[in-house]
Design a protein around this ligand. Structure first.
Ligand SMILES: NC(=O)c1ccc[n+]([C@@H]2O[C@H](COP(=O)([O-])OP(=O)(O)OC[C@H]3O[C@@H](n4cnc5c(N)ncnc54)[C@H](OP(=O)(O)O)[C@@H]3O)[C@@H](O)[C@H]2O)c1
Length: 324
């Protein structure tokens, strides 16, 4: 089968398209013919040895997939050959077939497009876990979403709206902010030109935001934390900016505020039932039309390195997927 391989640590340009052996599932695994693989920022980090998980070389990047089961391990029950599923594979998704732990597969209801299913698990799963589970976001509260037109960012905009919160979307271009508006943002901040703290002060009447959703890091983190309301929650999602910020600890004290870590991959592994409940809520919201995940571009398998280059260059809006 064909697969994109990371054979040495480096940028997307070092990835290679290779013919490799079809992988065999272990007793508790299944093999999936990959119809679509979601592209996520951790894919950019993992090939450069900059992610918390470091697989053995060579490996295929690609953390989430949707497709059809082609082989089932001897101890797996409830999953059958031919079933359409979405799955969290961690690595291995940018390939024609991929082996996944059976516990990380979610059978798909009929009619869900594969590109959409492959975009849902990780980005929407992360944003659901962050807003619903870690921040306990309530209807009527105000949320600031940084990097709001990105994969987890746009998912957070939509989920916060579905919960009934007021959403302030911050992103770096008018085009990205227009997409955030289409997906439900109430207020927009272009943080490449506008002063984040001043705008937040004006937009919240000096009260501050109840929840910050922060997948960007860098200098935005402290500016956002200084704009948080009493009893606010700042969700630490990631550091797309490349810089892991540090905060003076008097800030959470003064606001009675919380700095809340979010690690969805670990949550999905440690608490699969809670994660599955999240996916069910997400599928329900999609069925009601409350969430409209945006797949803005698709790439062929050979173009997967270009997909990662576009993501690293801040060119991606919403989700993009690779179609092996
Ligand atoms: N904690 C978890 O469980 C978890 C799960 C998934 C992802 N993540 C993390 O969340 C972050 C976002 O992931 P994603 O898949 O949503 O990525 P993405 O689609 O590329 O979105 C990242 C956003 O960050 C902003 N950004 C600011 N500076 C950037 C830079 N130097 N390079 C690239 N983007 C920059 C961009 O928006 P603007 O151009 O508008 O600023 C971009 O839209 C990553 O750090 C990822 O590792 C964490």
């Amino acid at each position: 089968m064909k697969a994109i391989l990371c054979e040495q640590w480096g940028g997307p340009e070092t990835l290679q398209l290779r013919d490799i052996e079809l992988p065999e599932p272990g007793p508790r695994q299944v093999r999936i013919k990959v119809a679509a693989a979601g592209v996520n920022f951790p894919d950019v980090l993992i090939i450069q040895k900059k992610y918390q998980m470091q697989p053995q070389l060579p490996f295929s990047p690609g953390a989430e997939i949707a497709g059809t089961i082609t082989a089932v391990g001897s101890e797996v029950s409830g999953l059958k050959i031919g079933m359409p599923v979405a799955a969290l594979c961690g690595i291995g998704g940018f390939a024609e077939e991929c082996v996944v732990d059976a516990t990380l597969c979610m059978p798909l209801p009929p009619g869900v497009p594969m590109a959409l299913a492959a975009s849902l698990v990780l980005a929407y799963g992360t944003s659901w876990h962050a807003l619903r589970d870690r921040a306990a976001l309530q209807s009527g509260e105000t949320v600031l979403v940084l990097g709001a037109a990105g994969g987890v960012g746009l998912a957070a905009v939509e989920i916060a709206r579905a919960i009934g919160a007021k959403v302030i979307a911050a992103a770096s271009t008018p085009e990205k902010l227009a997409v955030c508006r289409q997906h439900g943002a109430d207020e927009l901040i272009d943080y490449s030109h506008e002063d984040l703290r001043e705008r937040l002060k004006t937009l919240t009447g000096g009260k501050g935001v109840d929840v910050v959703f922060d997948p960007v890091g860098g200098a935005y983190t402290e500016a956002a934390f200084r704009s948080i309301a009493w009893r606010g929650r700042h969700l630490v999602i990631g550091f797309a900016d490349g810089n892991v910020p540090a905060l003076p600890l008097n800030l959470p004290l003064l606001k009675g505020a919380s700095l809340v870590g979010v690690f969805w991959g670990e949550f999905a592994k440690r608490e699969p039932k809670a994660n599955a409940a999240g996916v069910q809520e997400l599928l329900g919201w999609i069925a009601q039309g409350q969430l409209k995940p945006l797949v803005s571009k698709t790439y062929r398998l050979a173009e997967a390195p270009q997909a990662l280059m576009d993501m690293a260059a801040r060119k991606v809006v919403g989700k993009v997927v690779v179609l092996p």
